[in-house]
Write a protein that binds this ligand. Structure first.
Ligand SMILES: [Zn+2]
Length: 265
């Protein structure tokens, strides 16, 4: 199997981002990259695990697991976010086309790249942990989930001003940090799982936020409601409740005999 690894090996001068096909050596926002192509070994299946997991990817927590635990956004995302905001403000103050403007723009690009690298690192580590521990990993099918996941901005009835909506206000993380995250992450889990002989299943997320994982009853919740409370005495974090439903949907798919699907790029 051939793998391209992008390795950063030094800070350079003033490069324009290279788009399209990468040459073997290229420069992007001030850094030089070399692409090494190497051969890596055969897949190594891990011993069978008897633990399975359903995962609800979200905004409050990066992921809620059906066992009641959470994977949180790393703290360094907030640090990077603050730096990015500062760089963006500095850029906004510069005269267009000026030397200082170009310099500030490079600084913004540098922040974006750092966030992207940190996110990738975090995704690699988190996906490795999941694959090492669980035999069957169930996610929501993000193609449909993304449509319903983010609440629409709320408008103030009197002034017409946009109010912070539940998700962004509570999570407090910049959109640029959350974006491009879930699909890449599930892809990483799928690839690692395939190599380790573990299964990844994607299920239709329909109503996974509204049904009770204890009794199946519908318990309608506003996006701002973080707690799932049902008459059947099920009391759970709403995302944990969703993760359990996701796991159960995954089991149903296994029973029906649907082959586990792999994420597509
Ligand atoms: Zn219930």
């Amino acid at each position: 199997m051939l793998v391209n690894e992008h390795v950063r090996f030094g800070e350079g001068g003033t490069g324009d981002p290279v788009t399209g096909d990468r040459p073997l050596l290229y420069r992007e926002s001030g850094y030089f990259y070399a692409i090494f192509t190497c051969e890596i070994g055969e897949p190594e299946p891990l011993p069978t695990s008897y633990e399975d997991v359903g995962i609800d990817l979200g905004v409050m927590h990066f992921a809620a697991l059906s066992d009641g635990t959470f994977i949180d956004h790393p703290r360094y995302f907030r640090k990077a976010e603050k730096k990015l905001a500062e760089a963006q403000q500095a850029l906004a103050r510069k005269k267009r086309g000026s030397h200082r403007c170009k310099k500030a723009a490079r600084q913004v690009a540098k922040c974006h790249r750092k966030i992207a690298n940190q996110r990738k690192d975090f995704h690699h580590k988190a996906s490795r942990k999941l694959v090492n521990r669980y035999q069957v990993i169930v996610f929501e099918d993000l193609k449909t989930a993304n449509l319903t996941r983010r609440p629409k901005p709320k408008q103030d009835e009197e002034t017409g001003a946009y109010l912070p909506n539940g998700a962004s206000a509570k999570a407090g993380l910049n959109k640029s940090i959350l974006d491009a995250g879930w699909a890449t992450f599930t892809e990483m889990v799928s690839v690692k799982a395939a190599w380790a002989g573990r299964a990844v299943i994607f299920v239709d997320p329909y109503k996974t936020s509204q049904l009770c994982s204890g009794c199946g009853a519908e318990v309608k919740k506003d996006l701002s409601e973080r707690w799932h409370s049902c008459q059947c005495s099920t009391e759970l974090d709403r995302d944990t409740n969703s993760a359990i439903l996701i796991l159960n949907l995954g089991y149903q798919q296994l029973v029906v005999g649907t082959r586990p699907t792999q994420a597509t790029a």
